[in-house]
Write a protein that binds this ligand. Sequence first.
Ligand SMILES: Nc1nc2c(ncn2[C@@H]2O[C@H](COP(=O)(O)OP(=O)(O)OP(=O)(O)O)[C@@H](O)[C@H]2O)c(=O)[nH]1
Ligand SMILES: [Mg+2]
Length: 204
Amino acid sequence: MAFVTLSAEFLLGAAQPAQFPPTDAPEVAMVGRSNVGKSSLINAILRTGKVARVSQTPGKTQEINFFRTELGVVLADLPGYGYAAVSKVRRTEFASLIDAYLNQREQLQCVFVLVDARHDPMPHDMAMLERLEFMGRRYAVVLTKCDKLKPADVEARVEQLRGLLAFCHHVVDVVPTSATAGDGRNALIGIIKRVTQSSQETQS
Ligand SMILES: Nc1nc2c(ncn2[C@@H]2O[C@H](COP(=O)(O)OP(=O)(O)OP(=O)(O)O)[C@@H](O)[C@H]2O)c(=O)[nH]1
Ligand SMILES: [Mg+2]
């Protein structure tokens, strides 16, 4: 792949929809449970150091963080869903911020739904996939932390997700990744380029 590193600029963190930046670039968003590896995945895609903040403690990302990248695409890092130790009020706030973003954001061209490859998808994950399918939003399932599994188990998880999504119309792909090993990066950059180019062609 031609991109050794990708430069990026942090635009802002939005705690409410009024703060979403009025960019004119296509956007790709990371969603998924707390601690699944959303911020790590952004860093793994960029490879330009720790642009997005990562933590072992779930609930690290509390706003929607927007990064403009060299690909001409904005990457959005969303707060995680389903983290029980965050207060119920905060969880409801995160959920409504995520909802507002998915409903309103016109720049959004594709959602990366991150699922921990070590476990069966959780009810929250299935609900998100159903929601995106229902909304007609294009999405890809990104399996994270594959470095912690044997290759045969990764393959089985990919097949399980492909099976679950067999009749879905808006899924682009199921991609096994490891942020620590860098696996899956080229496939994700390929998807980002494909979905954002097709959006620009539609606009012109
Ligand atoms: N082994 C391994 N660890 C990972 C991988 N991706 C993330 N992690 C670890 O998982 C933990 C959570 O990563 P984050 O990127 O902060 O997760 P997040 O989804 O952004 O979490 P929130 O912001 O809290 O929603 C950190 O300790 C990471 O180092 C991976 O591919 N492999
Ligand atoms: Mg995060």
